[in-house]
Write a new protein. Structure first.
Length: 319
C-alpha cells in the first residue's frame, strides 16, 4: 500500500505517514484512496470495453477524489486496444501497460513525472502515444520526446519500416526502441548518447556504432542485426550485442582499446571475427558465443598477442 502512494509522496502531494487509505471498486475500475489528501490511485481495470477512458475523479462514501496515479492498472490485459488517461494523472508505474499485446494507442498527459519505453514492454501492436497539454514531454506523430526535443524517449513498437531520428535529438533513451518492428533506424553524429537497451529485442537489421557516441549496455541485445558496423574511431565496444542470432561477422577496427566482457555473448551464428588493433584489452568472455570456433575463423593483426581462451568464455570452444 505504501508503494502505491510512493510517487504521490515523492511529488510532495501527500505525506505517506498521514495516509489513511481505503480500497474500493467503482464501475470498471478498482481504486485506493487517501482520506486525508483527497487523492486516488487506479489499480485495476475489470471491464470488457477495448477502448478505455480512465476518469479524472471518483466518488466514494460521499467524497470526491482526484485520480493522480495509475498503478499496474492494465498489466497483461491482451484485449484493450486504446487507453486515455486524464490530465490529473501525474505518474504511472513501470509496468502499467506491460504485456498489452493488442494495445494500439495511448493518450496521456505531457506533464507526467516519468515516461519511458519500459512502460510499454511487449506492447507489440502499439502505433501511437499521444500526449495532451504541456509539460516535461511532447509527442510528434505518436512518438514521445523530451519537451526540448533533445531526447527520443519512446517510439511505438508496432510501427514498421524505417525511421530517421530528427536532427534535434542528442539522446536515444533507455528502451526507446525496445521490441520495435522497424527494420532500420537511421541517426547521425548529432546523437551523442544511446542509453541501455535502446534497441533490445528489436527487428532492426543494421546497426552502425558511431565514433563519438556513448552506448550503454544491452543496446542491441536480442536484436535482429546481422553484421554491425563499428566505425573507425570507436574506442570502446560495450556489452551491447548479447544473443543477436543473425550476427555472423564481427570486425573490430584499429581504434578500439577495450571490448567489455560478454559483449557478443550468445551470438552463436558468428563464423568470422576480425580484430584489427594491436593494443587492445579484451575482457573475459567478450566472445563467449556459445558455439565452436576454429583458429581459421579468427583473424588478428600480426602484432596482436592477446588472443586466449579467456576472451571466448566458458561456452565457446576455440581450437
Amino acid at each position: 500500500m505504501a508503494l502505491l502512494f510512493l510517487a504521490v509522496a515523492a511529488a510532495a502531494l501527500i505525506p505517506m505517514e498521514e495516509t489513511d487509505a481505503a480500497t474500493f471498486t467503482d464501475g470498471d475500475f478498482e481504486y485506493i484512496t487517501s482520506d486525508t489528501a483527497g487523492l486516488a490511485v487506479v489499480t485495476a481495470y475489470t471491464g470488457t470495453d477495448t477502448d478505455v477512458v480512465v476518469p479524472s475523479e471518483v466518488e466514494y462514501e460521499g467524497v470526491t477524489y482526484t485520480v493522480v496515479l495509475a498503478s499496474d492498472t492494465f498489466t497483461y490485459n491482451t484485449e484493450i486496444t486504446s487507453v486515455t488517461l486524464p490530465d490529473t494523472i501525474i505518474e504511472i508505474t513501470e509496468y502499467t501497460f506491460s504485456g498489452c499485446t493488442s494495445l494500439e494507442t495511448v493518450t496521456m498527459p505531457a506533464d507526467m513525472i516519468v515516461i519511458s519505453g519500459v512502460m510499454f514492454e511487449n506492447c507489440n501492436s502499439l502505433t501511437a502515444v499521444n500526449l495532451t497539454g504541456e509539460g516535461r514531454y511532447m509527442s510528434e506523430d505518436g512518438v514521445v520526446f523530451s519537451q526540448d526535443g533533445s531526447e527520443l524517449v519512446y517510439f511505438p513498437a508496432g510501427r514498421t519500416g524505417e525511421y530517421t531520428v530528427p536532427e534535434s535529438v542528442s539522446t536515444i533513451g533507455r528502451c526507446a526502441f525496445q521490441g520495435s518492428s522497424l527494420t532500420n533506424v537511421v541517426y547521425g553524429e548529432n546523437v551523442t548518447t544511446v542509453e541501455p537497451f535502446a534497441f533490445d529485442h528489436s527487428d532492426i537489421r543494421t546497426a552502425v556504432v558511431l565514433a563519438g557516441t556513448e552506448y550503454g549496455n544491452g543496446v542491441f541485445d536480442f536484436s535482429a542485426i546481422s553484421n554491425p558496423v563499428i566505425q573507425d574511431g570507436v574506442m570502446h565496444v560495450p556489452d551491447a550485442f548479447n544473443y543477436c542470432e543473425n550476427l555472423s561477422r564481427i570486425v573490430i577496427p584499429e581504434s578500439v582499446l577495450l571490448i567489455d566482457g560478454s559483449a557478443f555473448m550468445g551470438c552463436a551464428e558468428v563464423d568470422t571475427i576480425l580484430i584489427m588493433p594491436t593494443d587492445i584489452r579484451i575482457q573475459s568472455g567478450a566472445f563467449d558465443l556459445g558455439t565452436s570456433l576454429q583458429e581459421a575463423d579468427v583473424t588478428v593483426h600480426t602484432d596482436f598477442t592477446g588472443i586466449g581462451d579467456s576472451m571466448f568464455g566458458d561456452y565457446t570452444t576455440y581450437t
